[in-house]
Design a protein around this ligand. Structure first.
Ligand SMILES: [Zn+2]
Length: 217
């Protein structure tokens, strides 16, 4: 083999690797730039570290009705980023976020309102809630064994005991609620006084209500 052909064996793979690496870098940059903060995305596409118990995709909820065709957690991209930051904080202590509800399409809000037309329990679809805007989550915390931390009431318990201001609870329960609240607030969320499980992204309050659909296949 002459010297020229030998040198091609060395040079060609070198150029190919350099070129393909450059392509990957460009591609990654493009993907990052394409996603606006307000784009709806599926949480599972950005993290595998969450536990799911999407109550409205089952009959195990206060409506006693399955109102979602399947259990997916869609949120605006900025909500997903803040939620992942919060989860990383919980994971430092061996805990994880467990999700009960995320984005709720306006059509589902209307369906829920038809079942229970009481603003104490369901937000009036005419106004919409932060869930309809992709900026709210209903969550709890699970420990390393996957057990929910004791929060004093189940999710969607409608009574004073579910309030952050309710003091007649064991110290451990109050500490758990405080732990959840402090991590979420430092990650960019606001709490909601009457529901220990509900958190709103601070920058998501003015986003539009939406009727996104998600794929169940
Ligand atoms: Zn909620």
């Amino acid at each position: 083999m002459n010297q020229f052909i030998k040198s091609l064996f060395f040079v060609v793979p070198f150029f190919w690797m350099t070129f393909s690496n450059a392509q990957n870098e460009v591609h990654t940059e493009e993907v990052k730039q394409e996603i606006a903060d307000t784009t709806f995305v599926n949480l599972k596409d950005y993290s595998q570290d969450f536990v799911y118990d999407m109550k409205y995709a089952t009959e195990d909820n206060f409506l006693k009705a399955k109102v979602y065709d399947c259990a997916e957690c869609l949120l605006r991209y900025k909500t997903v980023q803040a939620l992942i930051a919060a989860n990383k904080e919980f994971m430092k202590q061996g805990c994880k976020i467990k999700l009960f509800d995320c984005y709720r399409p306006l059509s589902i809000q209307k369906k829920m309102w038809e079942i229970v037309s009481n603003p104490e329990y369901v937000a009036d679809p005419k106004k919409g809630s932060i869930h309809n805007r992709g900026g709210a989550v209903d969550i709890t915390v699970v420990n390393a064994q996957g057990e929910e931390l004791e929060m004093g009431t189940p999710f969607d318990f409608f009574g004073i005991q579910a309030s952050h201001n309710y003091k007649k609870l064991p110290i451990s329960v109050r500490a758990n609620r405080k732990y959840l609240k402090s991590v979420m607030i430092q990650s960019g969320f606001n709490s909601f006084d009457s529901e220990w499980w509900h958190y709103n992204l601070k920058t998501g309050l003015n986003d539009k209500v939406s009727n996104q659909k998600w794929d169940c296949n």
